[in-house]
Design a protein around this ligand. Structure first.
Ligand code: NAD
Length: 425
């Protein structure tokens, strides 16, 4: 058997399809390195369960729109499926499958007892009112209800969703169960059992990974951050707190640059009030994609997949890239950058802080107990630093890139779990 990759017709290659091709390419490389047999490779390349649903939404004027939603459980050999839910107009089944696969390797890499999942709804959340969003969320959850549950599959926030979305999901699931089930989602508000430290956890992990990869004092190290959302904005903040000079950030509406360093808290407040960073008066506006090519020490892509491709990779000047987003570099870009000596801390390591604290939230929920912010941060730091050290040691020992080493560890652990469990029947 071999990994099935449908033939490509250029017009049909969506960004989601490109993301899935990247994920399959990385799996294939890891499988080669590990010497996995074809049957196991095919199992690992194929999602375990994949559900596509139609979600009717009543709009404020009374008419009904129908959007598509997805939930994919890529692998559950090491524990319940775990992964975020994305609301974005370009989300499709391929993208959700790729993101679910990356979640599987990420959880295995950092040693938490989960498989990988992801959900998505093809919708622009910014075009909906809060009430429409709530109706959409509840109906989508109702459609995927047979798949999710604290012992089966635990969603979390991703692009276009947040704590409020998780609260609606928790409520919808709980109403159906007849009692409160906080452990069905993570990234909830703390009043509903959310963990202290979850909001900034992915970004704290990005900071830990950046400092570990730098291996020198962060004082004055220049940083550009693409994406100023739940991951990018706190990551910029934490890196600035550590002494880095954050010179540029961007969001979907524009980019800003200040050579002497941005005042990140001030910029965050301004962006909050003005709906984006563009036009921030204490910096210069920059063409959106120029941010990726700035002469900085560190680039943190924290927006969407496919930001750096073979077209712009040769112009990327940062010597360290820390992937806050999932899949921001295509395999072609990755190859160009590693050939030029750029260090890339891969997504499944760099942004694992989110799922680590999600795991801690779920553990607290299942024990009806809560830890202090310090306790959560210590556990997060330990898991991140251990995973980073393991990846670096393997990369050094075997002459691999950090991405190849991270995938070899993650895929290897999942393959080992399959081997130990055996195949039913
Ligand atoms: P978000 O919706 O909060 O923020 C996304 C940001 O990217 C927004 O500021 C948006 O304006 C910006 N953006 C979109 N297109 C852009 C472009 N072309 N150029 C510049 N900026 C652009 O989403 P998020 O939760 O911050 O997720 C960002 C990435 O991090 C995604 O890849 C996601 O899968 C990944 N991630 C998120 C978490 C989490 O806990 N939220 C955890 C791990 C990984």
């Amino acid at each position: 058997m071999s990994i099935m990759v449908p033939s490509k017709t250029p017009a049909l290659i969506t960004p989601g399809r490109q993301a899935l091709d990247s994920a399959l390419h990385q799996l294939h490389q890891a499988a080669e390195h590990l010497g996995l047999d074809d049957g196991l490779r095919t199992m690992l390349a194929t999602p375990r369960r994949s559900l596509t649903v139609s979600v009717p939404v009543r709009r404020e004027d009374g008419h009904i729109d129908v959007v598509q939603g997805f939930r994919v459980q890529h692998n559950v050999s090491r524990g319940p499926a775990k992964g975020g839910i994305r609301f974005h107009p370009a989300t499709d089944i391929h993208e959700v499958t790729a993101l679910a696969m990356w979640m599987t390797w990420k959880c295995a890499l950092v040693g938490i007892p989960y498989g990988g999942a992801k959900g998505g709804v093809t919708v622009d959340p910014t075009a909906l009112t809060t009430r429409e969003l709530e109706r959409l969320t509840r109906r989508y959850v109702n459609e995927i209800l047979p798949l999710i549950g604290p012992e089966k599959d635990i969603p979390a926030p991703d692009v276009g969703t947040d704590e409020q979305t998780m609260a609606w999901i928790m409520d919808t699931y709980s109403v159906s169960a007849g009692y409160s089930v906080p452990g069905v989602v993570t990234g909830k508000p703390t009043t509903l059992g959310g963990s202290l430290g979850r909001t900034g956890a992915t970004s704290r992990g990005v900071q830990i990974a950046t400092l570990a990869a730098l291996g020198r004092s962060p004082e004055g190290v220049s940083v550009a951050v693409q994406g100023f959302g739940k991951v990018g904005a706190p990551a910029a903040q934490y890196l600035a707190d550590a002494g880095c000079k954050v010179v540029a950030v961007s969001d979907a509406g524009g980019a800003v640059y200040a050579g002497s360093g941005l005042d990140v808290p001030r910029l965050r407040a301004w962006a909050e009030e003005n709906g984006g960073v563009r036009g921030y008066p204490h910096a210069d506006d920059l063409p959106l994609d120029d941010l990726l090519e700035l002469d900085v020490d560190v680039l943190v892509p924290a927006a969407l997949e496919g930001a750096v491709t073979e077209a712009n990779a040769p112009r990327v000047r940062a010597r360290l890239i820390v992937e806050g987003a999932n899949g921001p570099l295509t395999p072609e870009a990755d190859e160009i950058l590693s050939a030029s000596g750029t260090t890339v801390v891969p997504d499944i390591l760099a942004n694992a802080g989110g799922v680590i604290v999600s795991y801690l939230e779920w553990v607290q929920n299942t024990q009806a107990y809560s830890w202090s912010c310090d306790e959560v941060e210590i556990k997060l730091r330990d898991l991140m630093e251990n995973a980073f050290a393991e990846v670096r040691a393997l990369a050094t020992a075997r002459g691999l890139t950090l991405r190849q080493a991270a995938h070899a560890i993650g895929v290897g652990r999942v393959a080992e779990a399959h081997g130990m469990r055996g195949l039913y029947p």
